[in-house]
Design a binder for this molecule. Structure first.
Ligand code: GLN
Length: 294
């Protein structure tokens, strides 16, 4: 007589996923996903460890686990990723937002907080996110300071569709427009207090790219030394910054000195770098001369 496998409880399911090679956190998040539970409910799994998993859900879970084991980012499988406390919808049209990029958001918030006091009739404080992808940076800044006027540009119409959908879901008013870096501005005369960007910065022959095959190459690779897009942004940004405005850029683990040199060569002042969560210089930026006249 064929033996029918006994239905597994949640604890057994998690153990089986880990035995198949999944990391514990990924196994927990996939299980929560098939159970329709939000990702912050990992504690719920512990208190329901003897609940049985239905055969239908077990089948779905197995397929999702196979996708994860083949290297697909978890965020594409569950369709969401938390960034700066916001739940963003993501898929293969955009880069998965990385926790390291929160360094850039925090820096932008500090730079904006240090702007000189506004007079009541002055322009609104304006921020631009170049290469917005899922909208992560633009939406995080808007969510943390709703009075900001936030613009977001991406060259990819697909990415902009994701960013717009996230803005709508989160009810955050961000102006999205399409184009290559600053050529994407809908109004070329706009000047910003801060321009932020996490552009593609991986060298086109860097072996790390091999591990990132599920994400859009257009959002990752940037020429022989990975600096092609950073160079363009640094050259284009000054004419779109207000005097004293900041340009803040994310870059690769070994690019800080090169980016600082590019910023200084373009006339930026206060050129400096900030470290990511791993202590690696991950962002560099500079301030346009406060007395700059375009
Ligand atoms: N930080 C990402 C990675 O190396 C790359 C992001 C980017 O190119 N902007 O995984």
């Amino acid at each position: 007589m064929p033996t029918v496998p006994a239905p597994e409880n949640l604890a057994q399911t998690l153990a089986a996923l880990q035995a198949a090679g999944l990391e514990r956190l990924d196994a927990q998040l996939l299980l929560l996903h098939v159970l329709g539970q939000p990702p912050h409910q990992r504690g719920w799994l512990l208190t329901h460890d003897t609940d049985l998993l239905s055969p239908e859900r077990a089948t779905v879970l197995k397929l999702l686990a196979q996708r994860r084991l083949s290297g697909e980012p978890l965020a594409y499988i569950t369709g969401q990723k938390e960034f700066f406390g916001l739940m963003l919808q993501v898929d293969a049209r955009v880069l998965v937002p990385r926790p390291d990029t929160e360094t850039l958001v925090n820096w932008a918030r500090e730079a904006l907080a240090e702007l000189p006091e506004k007079t009541h009739n002055s322009q609104p404080t304006r921020v631009l996110d170049l290469g917005t992808g899922s909208g992560a940076i633009a939406l995080a800044l808007k969510a943390s300071q709703t009075a900001l006027q936030v613009h977001a540009i991406d060259v990819s119409a697909d990415a902009l569709a994701v960013a717009r959908a996230n803005a709508q879901l989160l009810k955050l008013d961000v102006t999205c427009s399409q184009g290559a870096w600053l050529a994407g501005l809908s109004n070329n005369a706009l000047k910003f207090d801060c321009i932020v960007s996490n552009p593609p910065y991986i060298a086109s022959l860097d072996p790390h790219l091999a591990a990132l095959t599920h994400e859009p190459l257009q959002a990752l690779a940037s020429g022989a030394d990975g600096l092609d897009d950073l160079r363009l942004i640094i050259v284009q940004a000054p004419s779109h910054l207000k005097p004293g405005g900041w340009l803040l850029l994310e870059h690769g683990y070994d690019q800080a000195a090169a980016v600082r040199n590019l910023l200084s060569a373009a006339g930026f002042m206060q050129v400096q770098s900030r470290c990511d969560l791993a202590g690696i210089e991950r962002c560099s930026g500079g301030q346009l001369n406060p007395t700059h006249t375009p």
